[in-house]
Design a protein around this ligand. Structure first.
Ligand SMILES: NC(=O)c1ccc[n+]([C@@H]2O[C@H](COP(=O)([O-])OP(=O)(O)OC[C@H]3O[C@@H](n4cnc5c(N)ncnc54)[C@H](O)[C@@H]3O)[C@@H](O)[C@H]2O)c1
Ligand SMILES: O=c1ccn([C@@H]2O[C@H](COP(=O)(O)OP(=O)(O)O[C@H]3O[C@H](CO)[C@H](O)[C@H](O)[C@H]3O)[C@@H](O)[C@H]2O)c(=O)[nH]1
Length: 368
């Protein structure tokens, strides 16, 4: 029987990629989103209900209309420096609204929850990759608001039949390799900011902090492709459907790249030497955050397909170019698009001997 799942924040960047994979896997999907940063055009499957998680009455009505087998909870505010400026908004949208959602799960007997948490719960863990056992010491209100949400979920699960998978994402980037969806709205993330600079949408990129205690002085992060992150959600859902116990899992590849390395690679892949400025650190930015991601592979049998920074950057750039071609077009877009197409064709050629050997091997006529 088809299961109906609720996806909060499904019109957003990550949620929309998960919705697409859920739709392809045959789930019935209801998306609840206030479209503050998400856009309806990014929803390729399911029904969108436009509403706010703060509206408890609306949520009750939604839960009473559907029999949800599970909830995937993405809706949140997520810009760490902004959370330093407006902490109360972050606690309201992230922590209080998670409580609203849990109340509905409780009243309507929803027993499976997949929650979007973040590496920001670890704060400033130093150079070592962090495991799920690393102490959680968030250094900004965003991280604290998410950690408090984790506690709400864990405490409620102890007192009820709720089972959960909390996924702590590291830095998410890239776009649907099929180029249907990607980051739709303005975003401050590094890969996006570098793509914007390559496409000439911004005159330059700023490196926030060059005096961190890292190899080149700039911040180090573990970048995960949004498509792999989405498949981890399907794995988490299937894991819960298999009646397994609750888990908290890191979602990253276990590889660290500095801001300079990311910018250099965006310049290399795009062929555009955009301007790079050095600027002071942003408030609340840790020096280095990378994941030990052994447990998620083991527990969910998760097998990432896009574990490569160049692939992340290429899919992000392809998506941004596609967005540009639909709207106002910058002259550089054509140059970069041609360059990316050439690179893709060269890679295809390089792979050809192996590909044709494999196809001869496997495509034997059935009647033979
Ligand atoms: N992007 C990252 O690098 C990253 C890293 C770690 C964790 N996360 C987490 O992943 C989740 C999704 O992030 P994203 O990058 O897709 O962001 P996003 O802003 O694209 O998506 C968030 C979605 O939630 C919706 N939303 C926000 N507040 C809402 C409310 N009160 N009621 C209803 N809908 C609401 C927005 O309209 C949007 O569609 C968040 O919980 C975030 O904390 C993201
Ligand atoms: O224009 C920019 C943008 C970013 N950076 C730097 O690039 C690194 C990554 O910054 P992002 O803004 O891309 O991402 P954050 O690490 O700040 O945070 C992201 O990943 C976290 C998990 O690690 C959280 O989950 C959070 O929601 C999500 O925005 C940081 O050192 C930042 O200072 C720049 O130098 N210039």
């Amino acid at each position: 029987m088809k299961q109906t799942v609720l996806v909060t924040g499904g019109a957003g960047y990550i949620g929309s990629h998960v919705v697409r994979q859920l739709g392809e896997a045959g789930y019935d999907i209801v998306i609840y989103d206030n479209c503050s940063t998400g856009v309806p055009a990014s929803i390729l499957y399911g029904d969108l209900v436009v509403g706010d998680l703060a509206d408890q009455d609306r949520l009750y009505k939604l839960f009473s209309r559907h029999k949800f087998s599970a909830v995937l909870h993405f809706a949140a505010s997520l810009i760490a420096p902004e959370s330093v400026e407006n902490p109360l908004d972050y606690y309201a949208n992230n922590t209080r609204n998670t409580l609203n959602l849990l109340r509905c799960c409780d009243v309507f007997n929803v027993e499976q929850l997949v929650f979007s948490s973040t590496a920001a719960v670890y704060g400033e863990p130093g150079e070592k990759p962090v495991t799920e056992q690393t102490p959680t010491l968030p250094i900004n209100p965003y991280g604290r608001s998410k950690l408090m949400s984790e506690w709400l979920i864990q405490d409620h699960a102890r007192a009820s039949k709720l089972r959960y998978v909390i996924l702590r994402y590291f830095n998410v980037a890239g776009a649907d390799p099929g180029r249907r969806i990607g980051q739709m709205t303005a975003a401050t993330h590094l890969v996006r900011a570098a793509c914007d600079a390559a496409l000439g949408r911004k005159p330059e990129i700023k490196i926030f902090g060059t005096d961190f205690a890292t190899s080149d002085g700039t911040g180090i992060r573990d970048y995960i492709h949004v498509e792999d992150l989405a498949s981890a959600h399907l794995g988490a859902l299937q894991y819960l459907e298999g009646n397994n116990q609750s888990q908290t899992l890191n979602c990253g590849y276990g590889k660290g790249y500095s801001v300079r390395q990311v910018i250099d690679l965006v310049q290399q892949v795009s062929g555009v030497k955009f301007k790079v400025l050095e600027a002071p650190r942003r408030p609340g930015d840790p020096a280095c955050v990378t994941a030990c991601a052994d447990r998620i592979r083991e527990v969910l049998d998760w097998q990432p397909q896009y574990d490569d920074l160049e692939t992340i950057i290429r899919t992000a750039l392809f998506w941004e170019i596609r967005r540009d071609l639909q709207g106002a077009k910058h002259p550089l877009v054509d140059t970069i698009a041609t360059r990316l197409k050439q690179a893709a064709a060269e890679r295809k050629l390089a792979r050809m001997p192996q590909a044709s050997a494999t196809s001869t091997q496997y495509r034997q006529p059935k009647s033979a």
